[in-house]
Design a protein around this ligand. Structure first.
Ligand SMILES: Cc1ncc(C[n+]2csc(CCOP(=O)(O)OP(=O)(O)O)c2C)c(N)n1
Ligand code: SF4
Length: 299
């Protein structure tokens, strides 16, 4: 099988090409929202990798966090609720010369979008998925989300959440993601490192971010995480060992890990799929000819 990756620039450079930056649209997030840090970290990562604006597509679903693509000077697509990943995947299939980043909230990704989350990971599509996990529905003003903690009182759970939360890290490990990390909005540099390394990784990169909703989640605040998070990088964790990664993933209490849980090299969907392995569809003339032939059959 041909390895087309060698000919595809993942982060091309050049003085004439504008590197990504902020767009003219200003964020409408509440002052202090964790999502500001995630925007800054995504921008820092892309700047560090010198990815030109025209080589990046940022895709989201619906939610406060899903407004992020509006604020970057890249291509962007604001999809429907829970559908960031299928759109991102479609963009990769059409043109896997692009750096594709999907973003969104925990409701978007682990609730309505949970099926897409699992299946995009098991295909190992080469894109980076950054979730702003505030453990609440922010945009719809404070209902419980799939990652809300048991017992938490919210608008939709006035007597407290009685369901066990989804563990996004464990789910990603079980579903075949090949780069699994967690960051915190309170540490932008560390988060930017995780995102930059995720973009450079060949395969599905997942970065879940503790990104507090300062308006509707009074439990999982910046202070809550500051008192609990510790870095895997400084704790002797071996990110090549999936068993150890699962052990760290289920840690939740006085200490909560952030950093790189797991990373493995595995062929991507684009490597293994016969047509895509010959290079981006967008650059394949044969694809156009084939399409015309197909249309002729129905004419
Ligand atoms: C099909 C569909 N169902 C429900 C909604 C309403 N809705 C919009 S955003 C949202 C959840 C937002 O939470 P999250 O994805 O965690 O993002 P946040 O706003 O917290 O960043 C919901 C339920 C919708 N827009 N479309
Ligand atoms: S409601 Fe919460 S998630 Fe939405 S912008 Fe405000 S602080 Fe951020």
């Amino acid at each position: 099988m041909a390895d087309s990756s060698a000919s595809i620039p993942r982060a091309s450079t050049g003085p004439a090409l504008p590197v990504i930056g902020k767009s003219d649209t200003k964020p409408t997030w509440c002052p202090g929202c964790g999502d500001f840090s995630v925007l800054a970290a995504v921008e820092m990562a892309l700047k560090r990798l010198q990815v030109p604006s025209h080589n990046v597509a940022v895709v989201s679903g619906i939610g406060c966090s899903s407004n992020l693509p509006h604020f970057l000077s890249s291509y962007g697509f604001h999809a429907i609720h829970g559908r960031a990943l299928p759109v991102a995947e479609g963009i990769r299939w059409a043109n896997h010369g692009l750096t594709v980043i999907a973003t969104g909230g925990d409701g978007d990704g682990f609730g309505i979008g949970a099926g897409h989350f699992v299946h995009t990971m098991r295909r190992n599509v080469d894109l980076t998925y950054v979730t702003m996990d505030n453990q609440i529905y922010g945009l719809t003003t404070g209902q419980a989300s799939p990652t809300s903690m048991m017992g938490q009182k919210t608008k939709s759970t006035p007597n407290g959440v009685i369901e066990r939360p989804v563990d996004p890290i464990a789910l990603a490990l079980a579903s075949g993601a090949t780069y699994v990390a967690r960051g915190f909005s309170g540490d932008v540099k560390h988060l930017a490192d995780l995102i930059a390394n995720g973009i450079q990784h060949r395969g599905f990169s997942f970065v879940d971010v503790f990104s507090p909703c300062v308006t509707y989640n009074k439990l999982n605040t910046f202070d809550f995480f500051r008192q609990r998070v510790y870095k895997l990088e400084t704790s002797g964790h071996d990110p090549t060992n999936i068993g150890l990664a699962f052990q760290r993933a289920i840690e939740w209490g006085e200490k909560i890990p952030i950093g790189l849980f797991y990373k493995v090299d595995h062929p991507t969907y684009e490597d293994l799929e016969e047509v895509l392995s010959a290079g981006p569809l967008a650059h394949q003339n044969a694809g156009l000819v084939g399409r015309e032939k197909l249309l002729d059959e129905f004419a």
